[in-house]
Every structure is written in C-alpha cells, then in structure tokens.
Design a binder for this molecule. Structure first.
Ligand code: F6P
Length: 541
C-alpha cells in the first residue's frame, strides 16, 4: 500500500465516521471551525465551515494533499515542466497573467518576453479600435464584433463579457459557438458588415463548428465587401497562425500550445472582450488572476483557498460518494459560470486512467451543473433540499453586483438573503416534528398534520461552500476564475490524473465525420450499428 492509498483510506474512514454526526453540531464542539475553514484569498472569502467534514475529516483531507505532494506538483506547473504528460507539454496559463518582467519557462524555454509582446499587440489593437484608428475596409469605425469559437474558445471570453459588460456597450459584442446556423443568424441580425469585425478563435483552427461558422460569416461579409476590404474584418486568434492566414484572416493573434483551450481566456482568445471592455478592464482581470496565483503559490496548504476548495470536493466525492455538485452564482453577470465550470472541471478531470495509464483508484470529476441564483431555487433546488441523493452546493455571493439600474444595496440584499438562506436551510433542515407542529399551529387537525409532516420535513445536514466577492469587479472575476483553475488542478494531482488532455472528445468527432460521409452517400454504411442506421434513415427522408 502506498502512502497515497493509505491517506485516501484514512480520509474514507474518517468520512464514514463523520456521517454519524451533523454539520450544525460541529460548530458547538469545535469553536475554531469558522476561523479554520474560512479563508481569504485575492479579495475573495471562502466559507467551508458548512461542509460535512469534522475537524478530523478536514485534517485527513489536508494529510492527503500533503501526501500527494500538491505543493511539489504546483511548483512543477509554475516551473513549466511537462505537467501535461500525455502530450508532452508545459501548462502555463499563469504566465499569461504574470507581470511583464516575469521569467516563466515552458520546458526550459523562456516565454515571458513573448507573452509581454503578445499583450502589447492586443492592447494596441484594443486601443486603436476604441479610438477609431483601426477601421474596417471602408474606413468606418467598428461598432460590432462577432466572436466565433467553441468550448474554451468561447466559454471563458463569454463569461468575462457577461460579468463585466456595461449595460449599454459602445461595441456590440456577440458570440457564436453552435454549428446550428440559427446561432450565427441571431448574431448577425441587425449588424452592418461595413462596421463589423469578425474574430475567429480556435487554438487548432481545425474545429468543425468554428470553421463552418467562420465560412458563414465570411460569406455574409462578402455580400457587402470586396475581398480587399474584407481582410480588414477577419481576425484569427489561434496557435496555428499559418492555417488562419491560409483561410483568409487579414491578421492573426497567437498563443502557444502550453495554453490549454479551457485555460486560454487570459490570452488573445479574449481579444474581442479586451476590445469591447477596453484594455484597462481586461488588464485588471489579469491582475486579479495573478493575485490568486500568488496566493496559491505562497499560502500554506491549510490556508490555501484553491487547495481547500479542492479538498472539500475530494472529501465529498471520495469520502461520501457524492458524485455531483451544483454551482449557484447569485449574480446575473455570472450566469455563464456553471457552463464555464462544466468544461473546466469535467473536461479536465473526467478521466478514467491515471497519469501512468492504469485505471483510476478514486472517483474523478463529479457532474457539475448549475443556474444563477435565484433562478435555480425555483427549478431544481427541490431535489437539493429533499431528494435522497446529497448534492453539495456552492454559493457565490457578490456584495455589489453593479450594473444594476437601481441603488446597488437595494438591488443586492435580496440576492444575499436568498443565497445565505439556501445554504442555511440545506444545513439546518426541518424535522418532521417541527413540520408537524407548524401544521398544527396553522390550524391542521392531528390526522392532517401526520399526513403532511413527512412531505414538509427537510433532512438538512447538506453541505455547501459559500464564496464571497465584494463586487463584480474585473479583479474579483479574474481571481474567481483562477481559483477554480487551481482547484481543478489540485483535484487532478490528488486523483493522479492528467487534467490537461481531453482525448475523450475525439471519438465523437471522428464518428460525426463518418456519419456525414454516410449522409453524402445517401445511405448508412454497411457495418453501422442498427440503432444509428435506423435513426439516420429517418433523418435522411
Ligand atoms: O473538442 C474539445 C476542444 O478541443 C476543447 O478542448 C477546446 O476548448 C474546443 O474543442 C475548441 O477547440 P479549438 O480552440 O481548437 O477550436
């Protein structure tokens, strides 16, 4: 038995014991709980005291992190070692938000000067578009941007834009991801090609959806602009600039293969957002993420926010068999955070083998889902409160959501009260006896109270984490996203998996091509499984 499996077994054992107690009782027996399980990092405050772990469970989780050498692996990532071992790549998204004079190296090669140059080019482009110095082919300033990309080339920039956009933006930024042409149709509606910039974002520049959408956008531009003028409207953002240029982009912004798609929003992948928000705002996002990097690098494990957030999940998944987690950001601006986290966490850690190719010996990524608060409360929270499966929840609560037309305090207090009340309700619950007493007090007779009390009781003892942000500021948003990135990495370290490849997406892509070939041939190919063949026949009529 290795030290890691011993530490895992210890955590599982303590978690089994913890199941005999209740979260709420931990506060009485452990007066230091709030201080120990509350941690500040880069302007955020995390409250992990409503998690199910006892003091002993918390310690067992920390021991596991120490045994798995989380600190050593973290240092290897920041040192640019081949942490992505199946692709032989460094993983250096922190280099993208580091200071200009930083000295990051990918597999030994210096990268910081190149990052600073790329940032300078982005900043100049953003400023020139804003000032009108950079114009379209007919010398008119740009008033709209259509950002085309999918997965990591879409979710991060979209999240940033929705979190930070002004109510009435100067540049109308629209996103297109889906291969369904309706997505592009909606994005282009009402836009003028003469004043629209199309930014095609694809790390590989081979993604079917993105290329199909890019063709649609190009055809739309071509209806109004000559080829010579059109090149001013087509920008590529990619790690394969030769492909983007060959396709017809007038200008490209690059990034390297040591930036994973789902970790790429710090790069030129967010060019359109940097243009539409203004470079100064984007820079503040980078600063917030950098502050989280510094915290992750320097804080002791027991005070380290990404580490503790990861450990809470490991405890839930591995110790208590809770294979889902819901994320509820109580801010309209963060409504796409659950979608972003689905890719970040499930594409990173939805793995079945360890780094050495042998089967995993733990569960890996749970199912991550969510909706902004308070919307989720009126939809699936019924299950979270009363369903038999326990689903840990994560509440993100923002002091000042900003952007609201009304006075911020009046606007935000209802959000806080709902978030805090949900977390509290999940933890304290309501016994059948309490529910019964309430029914009697409300005038029900004994028989009616007996009949309804089981339906109105809440088991409680359901875990949650609350993350507080003072405001939906660029810094706080940057810090929040970096928090989740590092959390995801720490989980991967403990599970001993490579969080930075995504081979699981490949089979479906290859089979989609084969199905398309069958459609072109007019019939299902011999050897296609009967179910798929039948569905295809029905679709082809
Ligand atoms: O298919 C999955 C994936 O490769 C993601 O990892 C990536 O973020 C997305 O597709 C888009 O890829 P690209 O930026 O190369 O178009």
């Amino acid at each position: 038995m290795t030290a890691r499996t011993q530490a895992l077994d210890m955590l599982r054992g303590v978690a089994r014991k913890d199941a005999d107690g209740r979260i709420i009782h931990q506060f009485a027996t452990d007066p230091g709980r709030i201080d120990r399980m509350g941690v500040e990092a880069a302007g955020l405050y995390l409250d992990l005291s409503k998690q199910s772990w006892s003091a002993e469970g918390f310690e067992a989780a920390l021991d596991l992190a120490r045994t798995c050498d989380v600190e050593g692996r973290r240092n290897a990532l920041f040192a640019g070692e081949a942490v992505n071992n199946t692709e032989g790549r460094a993983v250096l998204h922190p280099a993208l938000r580091a200071a200009d004079d930083a000295d990051f190296r990918a597999l030994g090669q210096p990268v910081s000067a190149e990052v600073a140059e790329a940032r300078k080019a982005m900043a100049a482009f953003a400023t020139d578009i804003g000032s009108g110095a950079e114009t379209g082919g007919s010398k008119q300033p740009f008033t709209a941007i259509v950002h085309i990309g999918i997965g990591g080339s879409d979710l991060g920039p979209r999240l940033l834009w929705e979190a930070l956009r002004p109510l009435e933006p100067v540049i109308d930024l629209r996103f297109v991801a889906n291969i369904d042409p309706r997505d592009m149709g909606e994005a282009l509606a009402g836009l003028d090609p003469e004043t629209t910039l199309v930014v095609v974002v694809s790390k590989t520049f081979t993604t079917q959806e993105t290329l199909a959408n890019a063709e649609l956008a190009k055809a739309w531009l071509a209806e109004s602009l000559s080829p010579k003028r059109m090149v001013h409207h087509l920008i590529g953002v990619t790690a394969a600039p030769e492909k983007a240029e060959a396709w017809g982009c007038g200008r490209t912004f690059g990034f390297r293969d040591w930036v994973g798609g789902r970790y790429s929003l710090w790069s030129a992948v967010s060019l359109s957002v940097a243009v539409a928000l203004g470079w100064d705002v984007f820079e503040r996002v980078l600063n917030g993420a950098r502050a989280m990097d510094e915290h992750f690098l320097s804080a002791d494990l027991e005070r380290n926010a990404p580490v503790l957030l990861a450990l809470a999940q490991i405890y839930n998944v591995e110790g208590r068999g809770r294979h889902a987690r819901t994320v509820a950001p109580y801010a309209h601006g963060l409504r796409r955070l659950p979608a972003f986290l689905q890719q970040l966490e499930m594409e990173s850690n939805g793995k079945r083998v360890k780094r050495d190719g042998t089967p995993v010996d733990t569960a890996t990524s749970p199912i991550v889902f969510g909706e902004p608060g308070t919307n989720g409360q009126h939809a699936f929270f019924q299950q979270i409160h009363q369903g038999p499966q326990v689903v840990p929840a994560e509440f993100i609560v923002v002091g000042h959501t900003s952007g609201a037309a009304m006075d911020a305090r009046e606007g935000d207090a209802p959000l806080w009260s709902n978030a805090l009340a949900q977390a509290q309700a999940l933890m304290v619950g309501k016994t059948e006896a309490e529910a019964r007493a309430e029914l009697i007090a409300a005038g029900a007779d004994e028989a009616e109270a007996d009949r309804l009390a089981p339906h109105k009781a809440f088991p409680g003892d359901r875990p949650s984490t609350t993350i507080l942000m003072d405001a939906l500021s660029p810094e706080a948003v940057g810090a929040l996203i970096a928090l989740y990135e590092h959390k995801t990495f720490v989980e991967g370290v403990i599970q001993d998996i490579n969080s930075f490849d995504q081979w699981g997406v490949e089979l479906g892509k290859a089979l989609a091509k084969a199905v398309l070939a069958d459609v072109a041939a007019g019939e299902p190919s011999a050897g296609l499984d009967p179910s798929t063949a039948e569905l295809l026949k029905r679709l082809m009529v």
